[in-house]
Design a protein around this ligand. Structure first.
Ligand SMILES: C[S@@+](CC[C@H](N)C(=O)[O-])C[C@H]1O[C@@H](n2cnc3c(N)ncnc32)[C@H](O)[C@@H]1O
Length: 217
């Protein structure tokens, strides 16, 4: 029986409100998890991302979709947030949050951020998006280029062999592959871990003072 399906399950509530609490390393059987696990964990992840990037003023969200995270960050810390997506199909009609904070949306391939100046942003975040991007090496090289020295990249994605694999079966990566991608792009202090009952991959890196990234071709 699916224990997550039980009415008023407190464990399910934990998943919804606190992504941090799920940092345990125990083995998780994905069949124990509800199909809407990722919807439940999303608000907690948005809050966690907000805390991680709290000191950044200018942020790019690559693969922003409908700009849910963009709006959360703009409201939470009054940050200058711009969402970028290869398709504008899900962009919101209004570019203001409920609290009246302006945000930007640009239709653009994250692998070619022309128009975004070198060293012009404090943080780049990608939530559930890197696995969909055809050239992750170019996306990370561009992220490095637009970040200021010591600026942070944050990749939040579905890991290989997670519940997402069972649900959608896309080309997800394991922590080692993400680590290699980030380090290969030239990021320093790369850290990758699995959170939220090991169903979410959380990776960070910083742009070193001098860029030594390989030029992906
Ligand atoms: C699964 S959605 C995630 C959307 C959003 N980040 C969220 O958390 O709900 C992945 C998004 O990545 C976008 N995407 C895929 N390839 C892209 C690229 N090369 N550049 C920019 N966005 C891309 C898709 O259009 C889609 O909106």
């Amino acid at each position: 029986m699916c224990r997550w399906g039980a009415k008023t399950s407190s464990a399910a509530d934990d998943v919804r409100v606190d992504a941090d609490s799920a940092d345990r390393t125990g083995q998780v059987t994905v069949v124990e998890l509800p199909k809407d696990f990722y919807e439940r964990v999303k608000p907690g992840l948005h809050s966690k991302i907000g805390r991680e990037l709290r000191s950044a003023q200018r942020i790019l969200d690559l693969g922003c979709g409908s700009c849910e995270l963009v709006r959360h960050l703009a409201d939470r810390n009054d940050q200058e947030v711009t969402g970028i997506d290869i398709s504008s199909g899900h962009f919101p009609e209004t570019r203001r949050t409920d609290q009246g904070v302006h945000f930007g949306c640009l239709e653009k391939d994250a692998a070619q951020l022309e128009g975004v100046a070198d060293g012009s942003v404090d943080a780049v975040v990608m939530m559930w998006a890197l696995h969909e991007m055809a050239r992750p090496d170019c996306v990370l090289a561009e992220s490095l280029r637009v970040l200021r020295p010591a600026g942070e990249v944050l990749v939040v994605d579905f890991p290989k062999d997670s519940l997402a694999q069972t649900l959608w079966d896309e080309a997800y990566r394991d922590p080692e592959e993400i680590k290699e991608l980030l380090a290969g792009a030239g990021f320093a202090r790369v850290r990758v871990r699995l959170i939220a009952r090991r169903q979410v991959l959380w990776a960070t890196g910083v742009r070193p003072a001098s860029r030594t990234a390989r030029d992906p071709t």
